[in-house]
Design a protein around this ligand. Structure first.
Ligand code: SAM
Length: 204
């Protein structure tokens, strides 16, 4: 039987594998550097990156009653998908906050590609340092821990009538205005008579 590959082909395949391996090492190294820089600058992320499926994001924004010209904040905006959806399908303005510089860069690029730069702002930073007083709707897909830490801040900074819509993680102690238990979406409204002393809104 004649061999399938001659030695030149084998060398070529070997060199190509080495090149791919080196490229992967370089990419991992760059990602690691970005991660270290962002942790030093903005602290440890309170949630890992998992994008919300578009169908779920659409349902969340519609349950939150997002209206044209309202301002939506996505705290931990990932690749910017919720921001883009809010502007294109709901005619809203959107602000995204993202602590991972690579994701913030991707979000800005996606916003540019979707042609909605005029309506969207992406901030590279820590969501706990962003004042929320301008928000009409806040979208959260973070973690139970992050929601717990945000409770007081949101109760203090959000205006009356603002809505908070969370995916997967409810806000413990707040009574949802609307919920879709099948899709794990919870909507809360900041009421006129605010909270108990622990920052619980409409305590159960
Ligand atoms: C589960 S992902 C959700 C991404 C996006 N909101 C979506 O629904 O597709 C959570 C995001 O929050 C970001 N994040 C975590 N902690 C953060 C912090 N302290 N400040 C800003 N962003 C943060 C992560 O980098 C990640 O992109």
């Amino acid at each position: 039987m004649t061999p399938k590959y001659d030695s030149i082909t084998i060398d070529y395949i070997r060199n190509e594998r080495v090149a791919v391996g080196q490229l992967l090492i370089i990419i991992t190294f760059i990602c690691l550097i970005i991660l270290i820089i962002s942790i030093l600058k903005f602290g440890v992320p309170c949630a890992i990156y998992v994008p919300t499926p578009i169908k779920i994001a659409r349902r969340a924004l519609s349950l939150a009653g997002l209206k044209p010209h309202e301002i939506l904040y996505d705290l931990g905006c990932g690749d910017g998908r919720v921001l883009i959806l809010a502007t294109i399908e709901y005619g809203a303005f959107a602000v995204g906050v993202e602590c991972n510089p690579l994701l913030a860069w991707i979000a800005r690029r996606n916003v540019r590609r979707a042609n909605v730069e005029e309506f969207v702002k992406v901030i590279t930073g820590n969501l706990f340092n962003i004042n929320l007083h301008k928000a009409d709707v806040v979208f959260l897909y973070l973690s139970q821990y992050a929601n717990e830490r945000l409770k007081d801040k949101m109760a203090k900074e959000l205006k009356h009538g603002a809505r908070v819509v969370t995916y997967i993680f409810p806000i413990v102690g707040w009574k949802p205005l609307v919920k879709d238990e099948k899709q794990n979406i919870y909507v809360y409204e900041i009421p006129y008579s605010l909270s108990d002393e622990k920052g619980n809104i409409n305590p159960k």
